[in-house]
Design a protein around this ligand. Sequence first.
Ligand SMILES: [Zn+2]
Length: 239
Amino acid sequence: MASTTLTAAAVLTAAAGTLTYAALSAQSQLFGPTLIAPAKPNEIALTYDDGPNPSATPHLLEVLARHEVRATFFLIGNFVRQCPALVREIAAAGHLIGNHTTTHPWLAWQSNARIREELSACNKSLEDTLGAPVHYFRPPHGARRPYVLHTARELGLIPVQWNILAGDWKPVDAATIAARVTRGIAHNRRRNRASNIVLHDGGSLNLGAPRTPTVEATDQLLRTYIPGGTKFVTLASWI
Ligand SMILES: [Zn+2]
């Protein structure tokens, strides 16, 4: 009896663990396919979440332009409404823009109605601002459940995760961010994978988050990898 109970408890624990993994792990495909990175170890996609941010995005755009590199920006709908000119500037520079919801909630724990509203309202903010449809979506925190991915696809959005996280939403210096990313790239290359790097030019709580270290780390990484022949791409080139 005791052992049956223990076995049942173990099975439940394992099932809960699997669900948590599927909902939160960046690379799990259990809840449906997401774009991460192809077998192109010489390619890197720089992606920036939680913008637009007037305190950091313009500086970041300068750095990317100086190196003639295009990146991908996952924008928060509420911030898009507050900074439409900056959003148009990102697009005009040739960068790819994606949906990062309207208010940045943990979608895995939200109702179906809230999930649909978060995605569709952000799409509308972006489309009103850019005059063009949006095709990519990254769930905040990578948190998802099958309905999230299903709704994204229904709205014409390809769900995107990542394979390098630099932890730059916390106070950290540029050298630390660059070192974490460099380790991640080496790891992905050993596995014959491209690198899909999450950085942050904004902060999800409000506009104006200090992101100078992220901008400086971007410059350091581009100075290191471009001379070595690495190709920097947007996520659109992996579809
Ligand atoms: Zn985010």
